[in-house]
Design a binder for this molecule. Structure first.
Ligand code: TXA
Ligand code: MG
Length: 348
């Protein structure tokens, strides 16, 4: 299959191009499209056969449920059995935007989308191209991030092409996404609303609207350390967002340089290529790293470029990436969550 790339200017959308994409969705085929968080791989959410193609193309395990993207409350009503008061409050404040809400589903939503769960994840994106596509398709769009399973999420059309060229008919290219990390996922079907994946809408933001919110333990730990069986969202159990290189995450403040030196030595003595990603601006004396990059210490800036840097380092065949952590609060919680999921080792 030849993959076509359509460039669309997000501040001056060419309706004809979006109509072309919408037709592909209506026919039961896949379209990669930009959202404000990352690029998504979309299919008609009400067409089970189309949704199955997503799993096949991404090589995604079938027990990992997919988010359904909507453009109107009418579409929410079509797929959600009930909309609790908390959901209404959150939708009013944060939609359209990077917040995904888990609600009870109606039968119309195929089991393929929700991995046989009784719930469905719903999000109304704020990206004008995503909105136009959902609207013109006339159906909610099921879309995971448009990467091969386990790889870093795509923040540029080029990343989608790297992973899915020849496997899907169309990529809509509207430039880099603005946020760079996936949406916040909040479960509203548990007794206490539960944060399953932190994102741009932070825990602190949610607390301003909800009386009570809890963080699911999966958010803070490395994937391999947790008891997998007890999780509602099966997708949480896999190693995620990971480049091919070993990611080593530094969560310590003391003796940082010494510890970096030690890890560097382990790798470089075997002739391995190591990149060092720093978040605190300071002089770093060791010359053993093949590449040193300063990410900045603002979560917004790090989020925008981290997945892209992971991909770049893979292209350059780095064997290891040592990353300095940030404080796990505000949007920093999302950064640390993604780094922890990507890492093979955490240094405390
Ligand atoms: O920003 C985003 O959310 C992007 C863009 C494309 O919208 N999408 C995205 O999708 O990140 P994906 O499939 O890569 O991540 C969806 C997450 C997974 O961790 C999945 O397990 C969880 O949401 N999820 C989906 N449906 C669920 C459900 N019914 N219950 C619990 N977790 C669910
Ligand atoms: Mg994903």
């Amino acid at each position: 299959m030849k993959t076509k790339v359509l460039r669309v200017d997000k501040s001056n959308i060419d309706r004809k191009k979006i109509l072309y994409a919408a037709k592909i969705i209506k026919k039961g085929n896949l379209v990669a499209f930009p959202t404000e968080t990352v690029y998504g791989l979309g299919a008609d959410a009400l067409n089970a056969k189309a949704v199955r193609k997503i799993f096949k193309v991404k090589k995604r395990p079938i027990d990992d449920p997919i988010i359904v993207h909507v453009h109107s409350m009418e579409q929410v009503n079509k797929i959600a059995k009930e909309i609790p008061e908390n959901a209404i409050k959150l939708m009013k404040k944060f939609w359209p935007g990077p917040l995904t809400l888990i609600l009870r589903k109606k039968k119309i939503v195929p089991n393929e989308v929700t991995a046989n769960l009784e719930t469905v994840a719903i999000r109304m994106p704020s990206h004008p191209v995503a909105n136009a596509l959902i609207k013109l398709s006339g159906t909610p769009i099921a879309a995971p991030s448009a990467n091969l399973f386990g790889r870093p999420s795509p923040t540029k059309a080029q990343h989608v092409k790297e992973d899915l060229n020849g496997k899907i008919p169309l990529i809509i290219d509207a430039g880099s996404t603005t946020i760079g990390l996936e949406s916040t996922v909040l479960d509203l079907t548990s007794k206490v609303p539960t944060l399953l994946r932190p994102g741009k809408i932070t825990l602190e933001d949610l607390k301003k609207v909800l009386r009570d919110v809890q963080i699911h333990p999966v958010v803070k730990v490395r994937t391999s350390k947790i008891n997998l069986k007890k999780f509602k969202s099966p997708g949480m159990k896999y190693r995620h967002y990971a480049p091919k290189a070993d990611v080593i995450l530094l969560e310590c403040n003391k003796n940082l340089d010494k510890r970096i030196d030690k890890i560097l030595k382990e790798y470089t003595k075997k002739g391995k290529k190591v990149a060092l990603l720093l978040t605190k601006r300071r002089k770093y004396k060791n010359r053993n790293a093949t590449m040193v990059k300063f990410l900045g210490n603002k979560p917004e800036i790090i989020a925008k470029k981290i997945f892209s840097i992971f991909r770049e380092l893979d292209r350059k065949a780095f064997d290891a990436i040592i990353v300095e952590g940030v404080e796990a609060k505000g949007f920093g919680l999302a950064i640390m969550n993604r780094l922890r999921k990507a890492s093979v080792k955490i240094v405390n």
